[in-house]
Design a protein around this ligand. Structure first.
Ligand SMILES: C[S@@+](CC[C@H](N)C(=O)[O-])C[C@H]1O[C@@H](n2cnc3c(N)ncnc32)[C@H](O)[C@@H]1O
Length: 189
């Protein structure tokens, strides 16, 4: 099954609908409160809504039309500044020096990382959180291709300045902290 059909089916069955990342709410104060943002592979857009409520004008992109349908309707109804676009995201989809903030949540396509960096304006922020190989539960993908290796996330964005990085693996009391996922908040200088 192709990627679009796979995700449409997941969303049709009610999967992956949710709240914004807890860490986005926690660290939102680091992000600009005006300008242009991209929620890349946004799904049903809880993070895009959070950023639009924060004051950003948000492009919300995903391959799944099913995921985007409700988000588009909500944006129209609430007049939130969210522009949805359905596409199979490739490096050329992402414009150079265009965004003040890019968020990627629970999605990993390493071939996009250079284009993501290039798309940030000077001072622009990257907020990237996704699953790791050192998961302590079975949440998230099983295929290692979609999982971060230890220390991998900052290495995908070497030219950005790291402001926050969590990569706690299975160290210490695994009932506490940010587990299963790694978080990078980094800035283009
Ligand atoms: C696990 S979901 C995460 C959704 C959202 N970012 C979140 O954290 O709730 C992964 C998303 O990636 C999207 N996706 C997968 N491959 C894609 C591609 N090639 N282009 C655009 N979106 C894609 C899927 O449709 C799905 O919505």
């Amino acid at each position: 099954m192709d990627t679009e059909k796979k995700w449409d089916q997941i969303y049709t069955n009610g999967g992956h609908i949710g709240e914004p990342l807890q860490t986005l709410v926690q660290y939102r104060y680091l992000l600009p409160s005006s300008g242009k943002a991209l929620d890349l592979a946004c799904g049903t857009g809880a993070n895009a809504i959070c950023l639009a409520q924060h004051g950003l004008s948000v492009d919300a992109w995903d391959i799944s039309g099913v995921a985007l349908k409700d988000l588009g309707e909500l944006a129209t109804k609430t007049r939130l500044a969210i522009n949805v676009k359905q596409l199979d995201i490739v490096p050329d989809s992402i414009p150079d020096k265009h965004y003040d903030d890019i968020i990627v949540s629970r999605f990993l396509d390493r071939s996009l990382s250079a284009a993501i960096s290039a798309s940030l304006r000077t001072g622009g922020m990257l907020f990237y959180q996704t699953f790791t190989r050192e998961k302590v539960t079975n949440h998230g993908p099983g295929n290692a291709r979609f999982l971060l290796a230890p220390n991998e996330l900052p290495n995908l964005f070497p030219e950005l300045r790291i402001l926050v990085y969590h990569d706690e693996g299975a160290t210490g009391d695994t009932s506490l902290g940010l587990r299963d996922q790694s978080l990078l908040i980094a800035q283009k200088n």
